[in-house]
Design a protein around this ligand. Structure first.
Ligand code: FER
Length: 255
């Protein structure tokens, strides 16, 4: 995994724009790239974060540069939040409850609001979801509940909580089975997962056993899953930006 070029911290020559799209009592932030976007990436923050967390200069400048150099095809990026307005309890237990019901909010409110704003809809092969930590947990929930909406999944340093909090670590085999069952229900059983974490990440002991258990279903997960671990990688946004720099160019590439 290459490091992000230092110059990508600075503003790029051409920049995307950020829009705020309201729905109900909430809103998402939308990154509109310079150039025509054919696809959309829903990027979900970690526990305690909000819509603004990923959309910091460090990330946005990097994306602008990647699009400018042609490393990344222009894509929309959506940053929502699973917390309700005014939510103060951001503990893992409570965040777990919020993310468990978030697939329904994506389906019923967010995706329609974004489609309406853009005047454009995307089929599942042009729609991705990824996230960090609790956003990774959210990504796995989307795999379980919204495989009809998403083809591309990028969980980073977060496990699947189908079998309860940190279930990927405590119940890897049952978790892998739940994911296998969800995949089998998808008519073509087709999707791509690119999971990443670091060997020093606090979520490593939860995600790693789950990814190893998923290897027991090579027919379904074999060529559709890519799992990479960064030696020494820790549980923070700087490390996640590096995973995004590494992983985003692979999204939406000929399935
Ligand atoms: C994990 C998944 C999510 C994990 C931590 C989280 C430590 C989130 C924690 C938080 O939001 O505080 O596997 O492992």
């Amino acid at each position: 995994m290459r490091e992000i070029p230092k110059g990508y911290l600075e503003k790029a020559g051409t920049q995307g724009t950020i829009q705020k799209i309201p729905y109900g009592e909430k809103y998402v932030l939308l990154y509109c790239p310079k150039g025509e976007a054919k696809s959309i990436f829903y990027l979900i923050h970690g526990g305690g974060g909000n819509q603004e967390r990923f959309f910091c200069p460090e990330f946005l400048n990097m994306v602008d540069h990647m699009i400018e150099t042609g490393e990344l095809e222009p894509m929309y990026i959506v940053s929502p939040t699973y917390y309700d307005p005014g939510e103060t309890d951001k503990s893992p237990g409570h965040s777990g409850t919020a993310v468990a019901k978030f697939s329904a909010e994506l389906r019923n409110a967010i995706i329609p609001a974004v489609s309406q704003y853009l005047g454009q809809t995307f089929d599942r092969t042009h729609r991705a979801i990824g996230g960090f930590s609790m956003g990774g947990v959210t990504t796995w929930y989307a795999f379980l509940e919204a495989l009809d909406l998403f083809y591309w999944f990028m969980p980073m340093s977060g496990d699947c909580w189908a079998m309860g909090e940190k279930g990927g670590g405590d119940h890897p085999d049952e978790t892998a089975k739940a994911l296998y069952d969800a995949a089998s229900r998808q008519p073509e059983c087709d999707f791509r997962i690119h999971a990443m974490t670091g060997t020093k990440d606090i979520a490593f002991p939860n995600l790693d056993p789950q990814m190893k258990a998923m290897e027991k279903y090579p027919d379904v997960f074999g060529k559709r899953v890519r799992y990479e671990t960064l030696e020494g990688g820790v549980h923070d946004y700087d490390t996640i930006f590096r995973y995004l720099y590494h992983g985003m160019p692979g999204l939406f590439q000929a399935p």
